[in-house]
Structure formats: structure tokens, C-alpha cells
Design a protein around this ligand. Structure first.
Ligand code: SAM
Length: 341
């Protein structure tokens, strides 16, 4: 065996779920909110969270070593506090809270990924729809609590991308935007704050409407963002200069993707733009590990749904009639792919 070979990367990924589960459990326990007011000793934090003493130091110090907590002092006198990032993004009272995504990863997705092998062998979803029955959206949306959790999880995944899109895409040429699968209208709110000349329609299934309206009212943007309820497989999309789809195309198989791209084309004027905001996989399918893992997550959630490359998007867009294409890198592994009519 070569002395140069290092097994560390194999072991790091093999045990990666340990670190993941420590963070997800901290969010489940709402540990970061418990530290929002002031730093706490292990005994104080353990008591606040109702934990047995055996695990407290290992759990809290693992969070320190992973970079999600800071600790001043050692042992019983050591005091734990949030990092600037966990304070901003994982304290529930923070306006930038993104814990909805870790909450859903913990309560739903973690268990489903235990059946990745079965998904790979069968091509079938491994979530609540395993074995047939209604679609995942019907399942989640029939239960108000799970609907709320799902919608907040979506927002957590996309807030950085929508802020980057508001900066990087040239909205100055356009007046109206339809956000398809708009969920809690986060894209509309973020882009509206940055571009006061724009008006929005946030289009989603009827059960989502009241949740979106609440978020729009809270942002004070009711005069510029309209909630439109409908089904994008049976209704035309509201017409606009720009149609956005955040993490929508990857939820569907090729036939449904093409239907959505065609509906967007029909909703746009000449010169209008379809903007898809996703974890776009690099064309060579070698680098964007997160995009590829997301596509496996779509296998787990939907079976035949998949993430895609910019080259795939360009091919489908050309088939539908779009003239020109652009890729705009956003936060981390995400990009916007743009098709101009
Ligand atoms: C993965 S979420 C993405 C939400 C948001 N755009 C984002 O980027 O975070 C997909 C959205 O599509 C919506 N959706 C699913 N099926 C739909 C349909 N048939 N008609 C309209 N919206 C639908 C869901 O309700 C959900 O809000």
C-alpha cells in the first residue's frame, strides 16, 4: 500500500451523519434560542433543554469543535454562546432564521435517506408516498402543521439565493414578475424590497395562499405583491415580464418540466425572461456535489424527479422556443439559469 494514500476523506464522509445529526438535534432542541439572551454553563444549558448529564459536555463541545458554538473557559465554569452565524440564522426570534430546513431534514428526510439503496434499486420514492397514494404535496398540505414546517423549510433553503438574485439579475428592464411555486412569497418580498418599481404575483396551490398573505402583510408589501392560487398543471400562469421558479423544476419528471417551461413561455412577452433558481449541476457533472445530492434527494422524495445542468435547461428551453440563455451564480452551490423569449 502506498504511504501517500490517506483514508481520512473516506472516514470523514462515512461518519458525516454524526456531525449532521448533532446539528439537527441542536435545532430540534432549539438550543441556539436557549443561548440567545446570555451565555450558559453546561449545567445551565443542559437543564434548560432537559438533558441527561451524560451527554451534555460531549454534545456542546462537539458543537464548539464543529464551529456552531463558542465556549469561554473550561469544564464546569465554561460558558457556551452562539457564534455570529448561529445567532443570526438559528435563533427562532431572529428575522433571518433558517431553522425550518434543518427541522424538516431532521423530522422527515433523515429517516428517508436510510432507504437510499432501495430507492436506487427501485427508482421509487421513500417518503410518506412510499407504496403509492396521493402526491407528497397532497400529503403535506392536508396537515396544517406539516404544511407550515414545509413552507418554512423551503424559505430557509433559498433566502441567500433570492438576495443574490435581487443584486445580480437586471430587473431594471422589467415591470412585473410572476413567481411560480412562490411558497411564502419570499422571492417576491426580497426582490420587491430591492427594486421598488416591480409588481409581483406569487402563484401557488390554494392551501399555501393564506400563509403567503400573512408573510406579505408582515413585510408591509401588500400593495405590490398579489397572492394568486392555482395549479400549474391545469391553469395558465399569470402573465408577467419575468417568470421565476425557485426549486420548482427539480420537483418534476421531464414531461412535467417541459410543461412548466412551456407555460412560462406562454406567460411571457417577447424579450421576457424565465429564471429558474436551483442547485444547477455543472455541465460535466463532476463538481457540484450538493446539486447531485439534491437530485438524489428528489429521487427519495418523488422517484422520477431530478436536478439538472445548465446545458439541460438550454436544450429544453430551445425546444420550447426561447432564444438566449444565461447562467448567474448565486449563493454557494446555487445558480439562476435564465431563458429569454
Ligand atoms: C420546492 S417548493 C419551492 C418553493 C420556493 N419557490 C422556493 O424556492 O423555496 C415547490 C413549490 O411548488 C408548489 N407547487 C407544487 N405543485 C404545485 C402545483 N401543481 N401548482 C402550483 N404550485 C405547486 C409547492 O406548493 C411549493 O411551494
Amino acid at each position: 500500500m502506498s504511504q501517500d494514500l490517506d483514508p481520512a476523506p473516506i472516514l470523514e464522509v462515512a461518519t458525516g451523519f454524526w456531525a449532521s445529526k448533532v446539528l439537527l438535534t441542536a435545532v430540534e432542541l432549539d438550543l441556539f434560542s436557549a443561548l440567545a439572551e446570555k451565555p450558559k454553563t453546561a449545567a445551565e444549558l443542559g437543564a434548560a433543554l432537559g438533558l441527561h448529564p451524560r451527554g451534555t459536555y460531549d454534545f456542546f463541545d462537539a458543537l464548539v469543535a464543529l464551529g456552531f458554538l463558542e465556549r469561554e473557559g473550561d469544564g464546569a465554569d465554561g460558558r457556551y454562546r452562539n457564534t455570529p452565524e448561529t445567532s443570526a440564522f438559528l435563533v427562532k426570534q431572529s428575522p433571518a432564521y433558517i431553522g425550518g430546513l434543518p427541522e424538516m431534514l431532521n423530522s422527515r428526510i433523515f429517516g428517508f435517506w436510510n432507504h437510499l439503496g432501495e430507492a436506487l434499486r427501485t427508482g421509487q420514492p421513500q417518503n410518506e408516498t412510499k407504496g403509492g397514494g396521493p402526491s407528497i404535496f397532497d400529503v403535506l398540505y392536508s396537515d396544517p402543521e406539516r404544511l407550515g414546517e414545509f413552507l418554512h423549510a423551503m424559505s430557509g433553503a433559498q433566502s441567500g439565493n433570492f438576495a443574490a438574485l435581487a443584486e445580480k439579475f437586471d430587473f431594471s428592464r422589467y415591470r412585473t414578475v410572476t413567481d411560480v411555486g412562490g411558497s411564502l412569497a419570499l422571492l417576491s418580498c426580497v426582490v420587491a424590497e430591492r427594486h421598488p418599481h416591480l409588481h409581483f404575483q406569487s402563484f401557488d396551490l390554494p392551501p399555501v395562499g393564506p400563509h403567503a398573505q400573512k408573510a406579505i402583510d408582515a413585510a408591509g408589501l401588500g400593495d405590490r405583491i398579489q397572492v394568486v392560487s392555482g395549479d400549474f398543471f391545469s391553469d395558465p400562469l399569470p402573465k408577467a415580464d419575468v417568470v421565476t421558479m425557485g426549486n420548482v423544476l427539480h420537483d418534476w419528471n421531464l414531461e412535467n418540466k417541459l410543461h412548466l417551461i412551456r407555460s412560462a413561455y406562454d406567460a411571457l412577452p417577447d424579450g421576457g425572461a424565465l429564471v429558474a433558481i436551483e442547485n444547477i449541476i455543472d455541465d460535466a457533472r463532476r463538481e457540484n456535489a450538493f446539486g447531485l445530492l439534491m437530485s438524489l434527494n428528489m429521487l427519495i422524495e418523488f422517484g422520477d424527479a431530478f436536478d439538472y445542468t445548465a446545458a439541460d435547461f438550454r436544450r429544453w428551453g430551445t425546444e420550447v422556443g426561447f432564444q438566449r440563455f444565461e447562467v448567474i451564480p448565486l449563493a454557494g452551490p446555487s445558480s439562476a439559469v435564465v431563458a429569454y423569449k
